[in-house]
Design a protein around this ligand. Structure first.
Ligand SMILES: NC(=O)c1ccc[n+]([C@@H]2O[C@H](COP(=O)([O-])OP(=O)(O)OC[C@H]3O[C@@H](n4cnc5c(N)ncnc54)[C@H](OP(=O)(O)O)[C@@H]3O)[C@@H](O)[C@H]2O)c1
Length: 215
């Protein structure tokens, strides 16, 4: 599969390396292909990887991942070009975190909308799926933990797109994936993250994740 990743931070590089290790063809998008992290990533990542602009990554991917800082998510999509994303699956990994009052963060979108909904409104043809945003980047690509494998929760309007994202998650090792319904479900996946930060502070570890238990 051809995968386009918009954003070359820790998340973009972790997801890109994982896809490449599984044999997929990855293009990571950045505003600066000479950035030292990108150069190092290209050198050290095994598999089919390349770097380009945000538009290059959007054009390359059969599936496109959005992995920019939350405050630049809408700008990044505009820079990538809505026509290049078209009707593709856009996996929104961003979190609209507000650090203006320090730690722990709040949400700059509030709870009556979400970044994923803003993106879906901006890209009406695209199939936006919120996924991966509720864990840290290391767990995104290696979900097995000491206490078991956590649950990944996703949301989006298009059932086939969510099936596609679920199959990617399973390929990455996620055993339990729950579909939380339409894109409005993203409000609560994004709102989980300020709580997650509090849980990390309380437990003294950035490696905490949730598992939904059933009787
Ligand atoms: N870090 C984690 O473990 C984690 C876990 C869950 C969710 N998330 C979410 O995933 C997203 C990415 O996180 P991250 O830690 O990898 O990186 P980040 O530091 O939050 O963001 C870095 C990315 O944002 C882009 N960017 C920054 N300012 C920009 C601007 N003004 N215009 C356009 N693009 C801009 C950068 O572009 P360049 O490539 O050009 O530098 C880079 O790709 C965030 O929304 C974060 O909340 C992160």
């Amino acid at each position: 599969m051809k995968v386009g990743i918009i954003g070359s931070g820790d998340v973009g590089r972790a997801l890109g390396a994982k896809f490449a290790s599984l044999g997929h063809d990855v293009k990571i998008g950045t505003r600066d292909v000479k950035k030292k992290e990108v150069v190092k990533w290209l050198k050290e990542t095994k598999g089919k990887v390349s770097a380009g602009s945000f538009p290059d990554a959007a054009a390359h991917g059969e599936v496109v991942f959005l992995c920019t800082v939350g405050s630049a998510a809408e700008t990044a999509v505009e820079m990538a070009g809505p026509e290049r994303i078209g009707s593709k699956v856009l996996v929104d990994v961003t979190n609209p975190l507000d650090f203006s009052k320090g730690m722990p963060p709040g949400l700059f979108v509030g709870t009556s909308e979400s970044m994923a909904e803003r993106l879906q409104a901006k890209l009406p043809k695209a199939k936006v799926v919120k996924a991966f945003n509720i864990v840290n980047n290391a767990q995104m690509v290696a979900p097995k933990m000491k206490d078991g494998t956590p649950t990944m929760i996703i949301a989006g309007n298009d059932v086939r797109a969510k099936k596609k994202v679920s199959s990617i998650l399973r390929e990455f090792g996620w055993e339990d994936v729950i579909d939380a319904g339409d894109i409005a479900g993203a409000r609560w996946l994004e709102a989980w993250v300020p709580l997650w930060v509090r849980l990390c502070q309380a437990t003294g570890s950035w490696n905490v994740a949730m598992r939904i238990l059933r009787k």
